[in-house]
Design a protein around this ligand. Structure first.
Ligand SMILES: Cc1cc2nc3c(=O)[nH]c(=O)nc-3n(C[C@H](O)[C@H](O)[C@H](O)COP(=O)(O)OP(=O)(O)OC[C@H]3O[C@@H](n4cnc5c(N)ncnc54)[C@H](O)[C@@H]3O)c2cc1C
Length: 441
């Protein structure tokens, strides 16, 4: 089908790539603008030993259906694999396994009855559907009343801190519930160990498959290194997108860039929708990727609760992705979630490395800096919306009140955590609404 309607998509992350695919397959003239040198956004990769390695760690859960469906649609589902993994908790100088219900029963830092309550709470959360009732409650009191204070402080608090830094006390119980629900659904059966999914070349498997599918369509064009500078509005609707060297006239714009960036492209609009998106706070992330000459541990996920260690987790992706192992890579991530104004966000890579060398040695005393073959630090100022209580009322609609402007953004995933799967879902939703409106014009 050929259609002369022109649509500009902002941002070539997973959301923008998927939205572009749906629009271009439907015959619209699609221009995808990306400020970076490569597509993928948060799911982009760098090359180590000529192998694509994710800038930020990604794992997939069995309930991530939009992502799983997309792999089928693109013919890369045979490159999605499931792997049993280990989680451990590092608490007060001791490493405790924490992957199975039996590990939980043996988890001595928490009183026995609280271990039982913890397990029952995961079970109830796995089958709970009505998250709205939790939206007004903060995660901390909800968890403390369901599990007990020690179980909260030792097990869940570090996990909320790992994602939200200093904002952790304000986070809503709905967000926390979904986090528990998503991971619990990834077990094949309740007493089974945890198992997560990964793509052979990490997220680049999907990004490259999307790019190939798009580039085979004559009505699609991708412009890398082309940040949108302004969305031109005329007569109450979008008219074009202005970049440094070019202007792209259009009938509609789909924005998949962070809301704060979108706001800067628009004229100051007094509508409550835009006032709301201006007020949503985000947390940034600084993520150190290390490639070691040997494994650091046999854990995929290590939660850390130790006053000597300034971060709350280490993710050893090679213990999930067996293809990294075969490529001789031992990939470890150390993320810090923090406001972009925090000194650690702007600290030099070397300062972060020195700090992390010390903490890695606390956890594994045999660790030595000579194990490090590569060190890459990636930063994102808009890693995660700070989902405080009552956040459901602040989630922006995909169809904005400005005619011709559609939005796909991670704030809309709420109460779901920010995931690749939700990025696909909301990219597709924005594209579907846009097409519906253009058909009715
Ligand atoms: C540290 C970390 C760990 C994560 N772990 C997981 C995980 O384990 N599992 C999981 O499922 N998900 C995970 N995620 C979430 C997942 O990466 C995101 O949900 C998903 O990649 C978001 O895709 P997106 O397209 O919505 O946004 P983005 O990937 O942010 O894409 C937006 C794009 O817009 C571009 N852009 C910005 N401004 C402009 C402009 N003015 N003009 C043109 N382009 C512009 C950016 O360069 C970017 O490429 C993680 C994220 C982070 C940060």
């Amino acid at each position: 089908m050929n259609n002369s309607r022109r649509i500009v998509v902002l941002g070539a992350g997973l959301s923008g790539l998927t939205a572009s695919l749906d629009l271009a397959r439907a015959g619209y003239q699609v221009t995808l603008l990306e400020s970076g040198a490569d597509p993928g956004g948060l799911a982009s990769s760098i090359r180590i030993n000529d192998y694509p390695v994710e800038r930020f760690y990604h794992f997939i859960c069995r309930g991530d259906l939009d992502l799983i469906d997309l792999t089928r649609e693109l013919g890369v589902n045979d490159r999605l694999h499931w792997q049993h993994t280990n989680t451990s908790n590092y608490y007060n100088g001791t490493l405790y396994p924490f992957s199975t219900p039996f590990d939980l029963l043996n988890y001595s830092p928490v009183p026995f009855w609280q271990r039982i309550r913890f397990g029952l709470h995961v079970f109830r959360s796995r089958y709970r559907k009505d998250w709205q009732a939790l939206d007004q409650i903060a995660a901390a009191p909800w968890l403390i009343s369901n599990l007990g204070a020690e179980a909260y402080n030792v097990i869940w608090k570090p996990l909320i801190q790992v994602k939200f830094g200093e904002y952790y006390p304000q986070i809503s119980a709905s967000w926390m519930w979904h986090r528990i629900y998503r991971v619990a659904r990834s077990r094949k059966w309740l007493l089974a160990g945890e198992s997560f999914g990964y793509l052979e070349n990490g997220s680049s498997t999907l990004v490259e498959a999307l790019r190939c599918a798009l580039q085979s369509l004559p009505n699609f064009s991708l412009h890398l290194n082309t940040p949108a500078k302004k969305i031109v509005v005329s007569g109450g609707r979008v008219e074009s997108v202005l970049c440094e060297k070019e202007q792209f006239p259009c009938d509609a714009v789909i924005s998949t860039i962070a809301l704060q960036n979108l706001d800067q492209l628009l004229p100051r609009l007094a509508d409550p929708y835009f006032e709301n998106i201006r007020s949503i706070q985000m947390i940034g992330v600084v993520c150190m990727l290390l490639n070691l000459d040997r494994p650091f541990s046999d854990n995929f996920w290590l939660n850390i609760n130790d006053p000597r260690i300034p971060h709350n987790g280490i993710i050893e992706l090679t213990n999930l992705n067996q293809y990294y192992r075969q490529a001789g890579l031992n990939i470890v991530y150390i993320p810090y979630y923090l406001p972009v104004t925090a000194s650690r966000y702007t600290a030099s890579d070397d300062m972060l490395l020195q700090e992390n060398l010390a903490t890695l040695k606390i956890i594994n005393p045999s660790f030595d800096s000579s194990w490090i073959k590569e060190c890459v630090v990636s930063r994102s100022p808009h890693a995660q919306a700070i989902c405080t209580t009552g956040f459901s009322r602040r989630v922006p609609a995909s169809r904005s009140p400005l005619q011709g402007l559609y939005v796909s953004d991670s704030t809309q995933f709420y109460p779901e955590d920010r995931t690749l799967s939700a990025a696909v879902r909301f990219g597709r939703k924005a594209a579907a609404l846009c097409m519906e409106d253009l058909r009715g014009d």
